[in-house]
Design a protein around this ligand. Structure first.
Ligand code: SHN
Ligand code: NAI
Length: 239
């Protein structure tokens, strides 16, 4: 079994070549455009959607058969024609240039495979079966999407804000981890899925006040109990 290394790559603005213009090429192009890549499609004919993207200037379409020089300078290369010999040549050319290459009809030749993806705001879920069962990847992705739900987007915005607050206010790493863990408890993800996490936001922020160095929070005994990361006031010993 191949053991692949998962990686979320920043390819914004990077030149990527797709050889072929059919449905597979279209799906690969869609994923690359989502990531902001500079896509070139080389193919004598293309799907209506690829043609529309070319007309809108979202990608470049070179309307002819593949030539080896097409791959020069490309960060990623995709061989997605219906011609095994062409795909093999694209693979050989890319490999000789040390370029990462994906070959649609030859999993064993792929230096990277494309996972099934779900994007929602900052969240990027990618599922792979190590090249063996793409449809399984897609269905497992669907299950994850259904289990998490679209509300995760706004929740992750809040999570980012909350994490920054924790980082700024709580010096103790163990306490930090504990506070961040509250955000992602199972019941929290359930509330997110049901779209009912507003009360949680207030509770979490209140819990954070108890765990900070803020002098007002340090005055009450109750808050001191919950706030072990607090710098104890100077009066501590004389109370
Ligand atoms: C190795 C890999 C290389 C790569 O393409 O990166 C590869 C290879 C092959 N796919 C084939 C077939 C199909 N692929 C899909 C769909 C997807 N294929 C994708 C990825 C991958 N496919 C990589 C492994 C991913 C992993 O590790 O799991 C997805 C996840 C991502 C994407 O492509 O964007 C996308 C789902 C996107 C979504 O739903 O969101 C469908 C379903 C459909 O079309 O609806 C079918 C038809 C049903 C079937 O055959 O299963 C064939 C046989 C071709 C033939 O028989 O002619 C090969 C070659 C072979 O297996 O020999
Ligand atoms: N990896 C994957 O996700 C999947 C892979 N496949 C495989 O992917 C390949 C392509 O599938 P589809 O897109 O459905 O085929 P398709 O028949 O829709 O498209 C093939 C494209 O290749 C182009 N082409 C042919 N010769 C070319 C050349 N010399 N230079 C440039 N372009 C050339 C054609 O013009 C056409 O646009 C097939 O080999 C199929 O077995 C199929 C389904 C999924």
């Amino acid at each position: 079994m191949r053991t692949l290394y998962p990686m979320m790559a920043d390819i914004a603005g990077r030149p990527c070549l797709i050889v072929g213009g059919g449905t597979v090429a279209e799906r690969k192009a869609a994923g690359l455009l989502d990531a902001g890549a500079a896509v070139t499609v080389v193919s004598p004919d293309v799907t209506p959607r690829i043609a529309a993207w070319a007309a809108e200037g979202r990608l470049s379409h070179i309307s002819r058969a593949y030539e080896s020089a097409d791959g020069e300078g490309m960060a990623l290369v995709f061989a997605a024609t219906d011609r095994p010999d062409v795909n093999e040549r694209v693979h050989a050319d890319a490999t000789s240039r040390g370029q990462p290459v994906n070959v649609a009809d030859r999993p064993e030749l792929c230096s990277f495979v494309v996972p099934a993806v779900w994007r929602r705001g900052h969240l990027l879920v990618a599922v792979s079966t190590s090249g063996t069962s793409p449809m399984a990847s897609a269905r497992i992705r669907d299950r994850i999407e259904a289990a998490i739900g679209d509300g995760i987007d706004a929740f992750l915005e809040f999570a980012d804000e909350y994490r920054r607050l924790v980082q700024a206010r709580v010096p103790d790493p163990a306490r930090r981890k504990e506070l961040l863990g509250r955000l992602f408890a199972d019941e929290a993800l359930e509330l997110v899925r049901a779209g009912r996490w507003d009360s949680m936001r207030a509770r979490l922020l209140a819990g954070l006040e108890g765990g900070t160095r803020m002098p007002s929070a340090a005055r009450s005994g109750e808050e001191r109990e919950g706030g072990e990361a607090l710098a104890q006031p100077d009066t501590e010993g004389s109370e």
